[in-house]
Design a protein around this ligand. Structure first.
Ligand code: GLY
Ligand code: MN
Ligand code: MN
Length: 439
């Protein structure tokens, strides 16, 4: 993505801020994994959204004070340091940052406290995501206090602190053409990874072998990181929603559930497929699988502008509940079961979430207490599931079966586009792919 899009986003933020306001956005910091090693660095999503500068320990400062006729965007970043760079990698440094990134000025981080005091001084409001980054909270509150404590009230601290997420979350919810292209790529790579896993699976292998195949495909396609902890749950491990141990043997006769997505330039995909280790579904597996798929397809029909996620969710719940009654897993009338939420024992999570720079992306699901209508440019998941616990109080033939089917949908002007449609999911497509493993 070139700088134009970032400049447009900055302008959009500045225009929505009250007049005479300043906004502070910290980058992520490195997080210790063990002793002197760190987790791989992942830029903060808000920072990434406004400026693609890729390093930790940076700050972005934006102002719409009238003294800056075009608005102001300042970057603070680590200074060049040859000996540190030999050990820890290259730094862009302020001089090159100003040339390469969408900022008016760039300064070394060493000057942050002093320069921020001067920059904030005289603004009426400060926009900041309080509670998002505790180190950043400490710095901002100490700077505000320093402004209030300035001798003879020679400085003016902003009188109000406003949550910048209220603006940024709404902006991030509607994806631009460039963002949609990134998400298409994230979806395409993850789709290939799921196909690879279906072609690779066989009994005697382990869940971690499938995890490795998935991550191999991500990495080979240039998507260096998964967007979240990959879930590979075989047999009744599929009934643990956030199972990530991924260390049990794959057994013929079991299903395996893989929930895996990658990041492409920060944008996430989030796909789940469930398939038989042996390549063929058993009768009971087929019945439950088809039920989840029917629920997903019925929900898809509701995914269009001006409908709500709640409408799609209600349809999925109705299909699943009626199906469970038909299979004698639930008893009684559909309406009573829905009212008493009896399905929640077997389908206990939501149908959907926003998808974007974060896998569970930002954006309110309700406006003024009402479910928000879908709009073109939103991207969301549709992910119904059924999880019959090993000790569930139902006929034993159903026990220990866990199924989820998850796709990523873009809302279009007239309906939706399924970005992950190429990952096989009908029973016949999965069985055919697995029979002919070379694809
Ligand atoms: N992979 C997390 C989720 O499906 O929400
Ligand atoms: Mn999801
Ligand atoms: Mn998922």
């Amino acid at each position: 993505m070139d700088n134009t899009e970032f400049l447009t986003r900055q302008k959009c933020l500045l225009e929505q801020m009250q007049p005479n306001s300043i906004c502070l956005v910290p980058a992520s910091n490195l997080v210790t994994r063990s002793r002197d090693t760190e987790y791989p660095f992942r830029q903060d999503s808000y920072f990434q959204y406004l400026c693609a500068f890729p390093e930790p320990e940076a700050w972005l400062v934006l102002s719409n004070h009238q003294k800056y006729s075009q608005g102001l965007c300042v970057l603070f970043c680590l200074d060049k340091d040859p000996s540190m760079e030999i050990w820890h990698g290259r730094r862009v440094g302020p001089k090159h940052a100003k040339q390469q990134y969408p900022v008016n000025m760039a300064f070394a981080l060493d000057d942050l406290d002093e320069q921020l005091l001067d920059l904030i001084d005289g603004h009426q409001n400060i926009y900041f995501a309080q509670g998002h980054n505790h180190d950043a909270d400490d710095l901002v509150f100490s700077l505000l206090q320093a402004l209030r404590d300035a001798p003879k009230q020679s400085k003016q601290a902003p009188s109000s602190l406003i949550d910048v997420r209220i603006i940024l979350d709404e902006m991030r919810l509607i994806k631009s053409t460039n963002e949609i292209n990134m998400m298409r790529q994230a979806a395409a790579v993850a789709t290939q990874a799921h196909i690879r896993a279906m072609q690779f699976v066989e009994s005697g292998k382990n869940e971690y072998h499938l995890e490795a195949e998935i991550h191999h495909e991500f990495a080979m396609q240039g998507a260096k990181y998964p967007a979240y902890g990959t879930i590979v749950g075989a047999g009744d491990n599929a009934c643990i929603l956030h199972y990530t141990e991924n260390n049990q043997a794959l057994k013929a006769g079991d299903l395996v559930l893989i929930d895996a997505g990658c990041e492409w330039q920060g944008y996430a995909s989030d796909i789940t497929r469930t398939f038989p280790v042996s390549g063929t579904f058993s009768t009971e597996q087929k019945q439950l699988y088809q039920l989840v798929l029917n629920a997903q397809l019925a929900a898809f029909d509701m995914i269009k502008p001006n409908n709500t996620i709640k409408q799609a969710s209600d349809v999925a719940i109705a299909v699943i509940t009626q199906g469970l009654i038909d299979l004698h897993i639930l008893k009684g009338e559909l309406a009573d079961n829905i009212e008493q939420q009896t399905y929640r024992k077997f389908y206990m999570h939501g149908l959907s979430h926003w998808l974007g720079l974060d896998v569970h992306d930002v954006g309110h699901y309700k406006i003024d207490g009402q479910d928000r209508p879908l709009k073109p440019g939103m991207v969301l998941t549709i992910e119904p599931g059924l999880y019959i616990a090993p000790d569930a109080d139902v006929a034993s033939k159903w026990c220990g079966i866990g199924i989820r089917i998850e796709d990523n949908l873009l809302i279009t002007q007239t309906g939706h586009e399924n970005l992950t449609i190429a990952a096989p999911k009908t029973i016949s497509d999965i069985e055919a792919l697995m029979l002919n493993k070379s694809g």
